[in-house]
Design a protein around this ligand. Structure first.
Ligand SMILES: [Zn+2]
Length: 431
């Protein structure tokens, strides 16, 4: 049985992943099959909460060996790879409703919780639509057809709840999330920065822990939510050891999630001529004009495919990533990945690849006389060259392609300015 829920967090605190730990704790009479899933959905929908994260846990009767994937209230959380499913009941549905009503922040205007319970896994296309597009609640609910569903306020949380159940990973990462003691919620977090660097260097399968440009840990949120920090990695097995490397205040509970973070699942291959607002795209183009810096320190440059063109924006928080954009010149071939905004039509750049640098031909030397092996003398602009010794003539000076202060390849913003779904270059290189 799949239990999905979404949109219980708010900017003022709480977090849907914490609610997942409460669900796991409250439903401990059943076994957890697989990892709890933390599924990020389309980051561009206008009504999203903070991270647009949906959660799903799978409950049943486990068989075979169980692995420890977390600790809540001093108790080990075990997960089974295999197991028999259980049928959802009215009683379980009501219990889940009570847990959400106790924990969700209904007062936040952007918090619209949703809950769904289903024996069957909904079709995977529901996930793909919700991570890449703007979806209609009615359609999503009908296609998923869960055994039980409940939505609060505008009910849009149901979309995330069924989409998290529908996710069939093509690419995946893991995140160990450590939570704070309740009495510390809202106070500054105590995490030793040096120990974060140590952890980051030792556990090379982890990513987005520390921003070496800004010199600060970025694996902890800045909001008053219950999360102490989250360690993201390619595999789950070394995450608990990585957690123990970090020196911090007391960890109240921790659990490992299977997630779609860092997968680029939200990206749609597209053309500059056909951009849909609220989607995230990958487009090819040539730089159409020099980049300009606008108020606030944001950088804008225009790209074209010959027929259509679009502005690309790199925001100030991306820091040095902007300097890559600044050095682009008309004619450079690039691949841009980012979110499409309309009015004015813009791509907010999440990542970019320089495919080809346009190099102007610059004169490096006068022609060489083949007979005397000496450089010829110029007659003046446009009038050719002549060898001073033998009188031979030429109008072909030596040219070379101008050197550029940029390398081909992918560029990304610092970890702290990256989207949850964006695949870090570190992952692209490892794959
Ligand atoms: Zn000569």
């Amino acid at each position: 049985m799949f239990l999905g829920f979404d949109d219980t967090d708010s900017v003022k605190g709480m977090c849907t992943t914490y609610l997942a730990t409460e669900m796991v704790r409250e439903f401990s009479e059943f076994d957890l099959l697989g990892y709890p899933r933390l599924v990020r959905l389309n980051p561009n929908v206008p009504w999203k909460t903070r991270g647009n994260a949906a959660l799903c846990i799978r409950l049943g009767t486990g068989s075979g060996k169980a692995a420890k994937i977390g600790e809540i209230a001093g108790r080990d959380i075990l997960s089974y790879r295999k197991g028999k499913p259980i049928f959802p009941t009215e009683e379980m549905f009501e219990k889940a409703i009570r847990i959400i009503e106790k924990n969700a922040r209904f007062g936040d205007p952007n918090t619209n919780p949703g809950l769904a319970i289903s024996f069957h896994k909904p079709p995977a296309n529901l996930y793909w639509k919700a991570v890449r597009d703007v979806v209609r609640l009615q359609w999503h609910l009908e296609e998923a057809n869960p055994d039980f569903a409940h939505g609060w306020k505008n009910k849009r949380g149901i979309i995330g709840a069924v989409s998290a159940m529908a996710w069939t990973p093509r690419d995946r990462t893991y995140e160990l999330i450590a939570y704070r003691e309740k009495k510390r919620w809202g106070t500054p977090r105590k995490v030793g920065a040096a120990s974060v660097i140590r952890m980051d260097k030792k556990y090379t399968g982890t990513f987005n822990n520390y921003d070496y440009e800004e010199k600060r840990p970025v694996f902890a949120p800045a909001s008053p939510c219950p999360i102490l920090f989250g360690i993201r990695g390619e595999a789950p097995d070394y995450l608990p050891a990585a957690m123990r490397t970090v020196e911090s205040e007391k960890i109240d509970r921790w659990i490992i999630f299977l997630t779609n973070q860092g997968t680029d699942d939200h990206i749609i291959p597209a053309s500059i001529s056909n951009l849909q607002p609220y989607t995230s795209v990958r487009v090819k183009g040539r730089v159409a004009g020099p980049a300009k810096v606008i108020r606030g320190g944001h950088l804008i440059f225009r790209i074209t495919n010959g027929r259509s063109s679009v502005d690309c924006t790199i925001y100030e928080p991306a820091k040095n990533f902007r300097f890559v954009g600044e050095r682009l010149r008309p004619g450079d071939s690039v691949v841009i990945q980012g979110a499409v905004r309309d009015r004015p039509l813009t791509i907010n750049v999440e990542k970019l690849q320089i495919v080809k640098l346009s190099g102007a031909q610059v004169k490096v030397a006068n022609p060489l006389c083949g007979k005397c092996n000496k450089r010829m003398k110029s007659y003046g602009k446009g009038r050719g060259y002549r060898c001073a010794k033998c009188g031979a003539r030429s109008d072909k000076a030596e040219y070379a392609t101008e050197r550029r202060d940029l390398e081909l390849g992918w560029y990304e913003p610092p970890a702290g300015a990256m989207r949850h779904l964006a695949k870090p270059l570190k992952r692209m290189q490892n794959q």
